[in-house]
Design a protein around this ligand. Structure first.
Ligand SMILES: Cc1cc2nc3c(=O)[nH]c(=O)nc-3n(C[C@H](O)[C@H](O)[C@H](O)COP(=O)(O)OP(=O)(O)OC[C@H]3O[C@@H](n4cnc5c(N)ncnc54)[C@H](O)[C@@H]3O)c2cc1C
Length: 491
């Protein structure tokens, strides 16, 4: 099994240099916002947190502030999990994983503010669509060539979607509450795809294709329950940002606040034994840890590599086996200039279609450097096609098809590389979500297994979002200590 997580086209040295640059930027103590006073527990315990991604670090910090002894055990030699920022040269960074945040993500904003991290503003999507062989810009709304209904004409994809959600008894605000959905709604939305939900309230097949071009080809066929919060982020808020110098500055700052001595890197957990009075955790290289409780953020996609005693309950074993994992590939492009702006297309996404390039996401925004920065965001069969091609050409071929389909948008390309999430041995996928009929998992992931508590964005319906990762880390921390709180802010 390879453990090399270098993206194709980036040398390992460049990657490490980028990490060092990020570390350098953090060498000065962060200008933390004053933390609210937090009463300490009079019954401290020892907690082992498995995984140093956003959910694990959130849980660890919340429990440490209550006075518990926390040790984070991380399989990789790096911190941040699916927040992985890669240097593009000229002071620019791209994001292999979590790429952007929105202003309706209060937890993310709290943590970014707490560490005083600088933000770059990005543009929300004003894409060019290429669907069914026809091309039109979303800005040129009166001339769309698709077979839309009369009420779908002259209205953006976002406004149409919000109208249909309203008709179906939903909206893009309430679905983001940590308490959403109640049992009735869960039962109603569990067994249907988004297409099943939207067609009866008037959505045409042509509209669904445009929606897929804008939000990802999987969108209409995803389980309604798990796709609705995703749509709320994409179509409920237009304010998009990322962290200057790389989004992984956030987990790095959290790790520094926790104390690097409390984090053990390069330690793959392979064994958990909770039969004795103390839980015992063993790593692949023979280290052993003991504790009173565990927060596991190990992605369910690689849980088969962990041996537990006693064995997982039937519900947990079924959940680990049946959760569905996407295999996103990003084809990362740096251009001489963000040429597409002159064509009046931009943002998240700048282009979307039913073509092998699927979507191009422009993350340039106001990043200094003057170049254009973006990536093709490929899933499903588009990701399969790239994975099946020879490594040396697989990223470039995507760019070539795009250049033929929509000439002139990218202008001069400076560099092309790719990052394939299914090739990362520590997760073997990108996002875990509930399949159609998988709503039972919501209760299952919330329930501890003995003294093991579960976190990770895949243990929320905000899967694929840092907001969900933080939310899950807080939930797991509160299961261990109900007084555990986020770093700052009220929730
Ligand atoms: C392609 C892509 C695009 C995304 N885009 C966005 C976006 O635009 N906005 C947004 O908000 N979010 C986005 N996300 C999601 C965001 O990155 C995640 O929500 C968040 O980083 C998940 O944090 P986590 O702690 O839940 O999981 P992870 O970050 O996956 O952390 C799990 C950790 O567990 C470790 N681990 C695994 N096995 C073991 C083991 N056996 N022992 C010890 N440790 C182990 C892993 O190495 C990893 O560090 C994106 C993700 C991807 C992949």
């Amino acid at each position: 099994m390879t453990t090399d997580t270098s993206p194709r086209g980036f040398s390992r040295r460049a990657l490490l240099a980028g990490t060092a640059a990020t570390l350098g930027a953090l060498a000065a103590p962060p200008l933390a916002a004053p933390a609210r006073a937090q009463a300490r527990t009079d019954r401290p315990i020892e907690v082992l947190v498995l995984g140093a991604g956003m959910s694990g670090l959130t849980a660890a910090l919340a429990l440490q502030r209550r006075g518990h002894k926390v040790t984070v055990i991380e399989r990789q030699a790096r911190i941040g999990g699916r927040l992985l920022s890669l240097p593009l040269g000229d002071g620019m960074f791209t994001e292999a994983g979590g790429g952007h945040f929105r202003s309706d993500m209060p937890l993310v904003l709290n943590y970014v503010r707490h560490f005083n991290l600088p933000l770059l503003s990005l543009n929300d999507g004003l894409p060019v669509y290429m669907v069914d062989g026809k091309t039109a810009k979303s800005a040129d709304i009166t001339n769309w060539p698709w077979d839309l209904t009369s009420e779908e004409r002259n209205v953006t994809v976002s406004a149409n979607l919000n109208r249909y959600l309203f008709r179906a008894g939903l909206d893009t605000n309430t679905v983001l509450s940590p308490d959403w959905p109640d049992q009735d709604l869960l039962d109603r939305l569990d067994d249907i795809t988004l297409e099943d939900l939207l067609r009866p309230v008037g959505a045409s097949p042509a509209f669904l294709k445009l929606l897929a071009a804008n939000a990802g080809l999987f969108t209409p066929y995803a389980q309604t329950l798990s796709i609705i919060p995703d749509l709320a982020y994409h179509f409920g808020d237009q304010n998009v940002f990322r962290i200057q110098g790389g989004n992984n500055r956030l987990p790095m700052a959290m790790a520094n606040a926790l104390g690097r001595g409390n984090i053990v890197l390069d330690a793959q957990v392979v064994r958990i034994d909770q039969t004795g009075p103390r839980i015992r955790v063993g790593t692949k290289d023979g280290k052993e840890f003991t504790g009173d409780a565990i927060v596991s953020t190990i992605p369910f996609s690689v849980m088969d590599e962990v041996e537990v005693t006693p064995a997982w309950s039937a519900g947990k074993a079924r959940m680990f086996a049946e959760m569905e994992w996407d295999k996103t590939i990003k084809v990362i492009v740096k251009t001489r200039e963000p040429t597409w702006l002159a064509h009046n297309v931009r943002g998240w996404p700048m282009a979307g279609g039913d073509r092998p390039w699927e979507r191009f996401i422009d993350i340039t925004g106001n990043e200094p450097g003057g170049h254009g920065s973006g990536f093709f965001y490929l899933n499903g069969e588009n990701a399969d096609r790239v994975l099946a091609a020879p490594r040396e050409v697989r990223a470039q071929q995507v760019v070539d098809i795009f250049q033929q389909d929509l000439p002139g948008l990218l202008g001069d390309v400076v560099s092309v590389s790719d990052f394939a999430w299914s090739e990362q041995p520590w997760i073997r996928g990108s996002f875990g979500s509930t399949p159609v009929g998988g709503g039972w998992m919501v209760k299952e992931w919330t329930a501890p297994e003995g003294r093991i508590h579960f976190a990770g964005d895949f243990t929320t319906l905000k899967t694929g979002w840092v907001e969900g990762a933080i939310e899950s880390g807080l939930r797991a921390a509160r299961q261990i200590d109900p007084e555990a709180r986020p770093l700052s802010g009220a929730r």
